[in-house]
Design a protein around this ligand. Structure first.
Ligand code: FNR
Length: 188
C-alpha cells in the first residue's frame, strides 16, 4: 500500500534550510510513501471572525490535510518556539470548533537549525500544540538536525552517510508509525 504524506515547512524563507531538509527526507523515505507540501505562506492571520466563512486559502489548507494519510512537520526554531506562520496555519486547521483537521492524524516532527540545539525547544513546543489538537504523534525517534551546507546540498542530497542513514531510518519509523495508527482505525 502507498501512503500519502502532507508536509509543512515552518519557514517562509526562500533559502530555508528546513525546506532543504524536507527535500532530503522525501529523497530518503521508503518507496511506499508519497509526498506533497501543504503551503502556509498565503494564509491571512487567523481570527474567530472567519469561523462562519473561511477564506479560500484556509479551505485549501483543510482540504490538503484531508487528502493526507499523515502529516510531517519540518520546522525551524524561532526564539525557542515555532515560527508564527506555522502556528497560524495550525490554528486555522484546528478550526472551526468541531472540525479540527488534525483529529487522530498520524504526525511526526523534525527540524534543522544552524545552532547546536537543533530545534529541540521548538519541537517540544510543537508537540504540546499537536497534543492538544489530538494528532497521533510519533514519540520516538526524535530528530534534532544540525544543518551544514557541506552535508545538505540545496537539492536535498545528503553527502554524509551516517546522516543519510539516520534520516532514512527516521522516515522508515514514521512509515511504520502511520501504518500502525491507520491499521488500528482508519481515518474517515
Ligand atoms: C532564529 N534562529 C534560531 N535558531 C535556534 O536554534 N533557536 C532559536 O531560538 C532561533 N531563533 C530565531 C529567531 C528568528 C526570528 C530567526 C529569523 C532565526 C536561527 C535559525 O535556526 C536559522 O535562521 C535557520 O536558518 C531558520 O530555518 P530556515 O528558515 O532556514 O528553515
Amino acid at each position: 500500500t502507498t501512503y500519502t504524506v502532507g508536509y509543512f515547512v515552518g519557514s517562509l524563507s526562500s533559502k530555508s534550510i528546513n525546506r532543504i531538509l524536507s527535500k532530503a527526507l522525501v529523497r530518503l523515505a521508503p518507496d511506499n510513501l508519497e509526498f506533497f507540501e501543504i503551503p502556509i505562506g498565503d494564509l491571512p492571520l487567523y481570527s474567530q471572525d472567519y469561523d462562519d466563512d473561511f477564506p479560500p486559502e484556509a479551505i485549501a489548507l483543510k482540504e490538503a490535510i484531508g487528502r493526507a494519510d499523515a502529516i510531517l512537520f519540518v520546522t525551524p526554531e524561532y526564539n525557542r518556539s515555532i515560527p508564527g506562520a506555522l502556528k497560524n496555519a495550525i490554528d486555522w486547521a484546528s478550526r472551526p470548533w468541531g472540525q479540527n483537521s488534525f483529529d487522530h492524524i498520524p504526525a511526526a516532527v523534525i527540524g534543522a537549525s544552524i545552532g547546536a540545539i537543533g530545534t529541540a525547544v521548538a519541537q517540544q513546543s510543537l508537540r504540546a500544540v499537536l497534543s492538544f489538537c489530538n494528532a497521533r504523534q510519533m514519540t520516538a525517534p526524535e530528530a534534532y538536525i544540525h544543518y551544514s551546507p557541506e552535508v545538505f546540498l540545496d537539492d536535498g542530497e545528503v553527502t554524509n552517510d551516517a546522516t543519510a542513514a539516520f534520516l532514512s531510518n527516521f522516515m522508515v519509523e514514521f512509515r511504520d508509525h502511520l501504518v500502525r495508527v491507520l491499521t488500528v482505525l482508519p481515518r474517515q
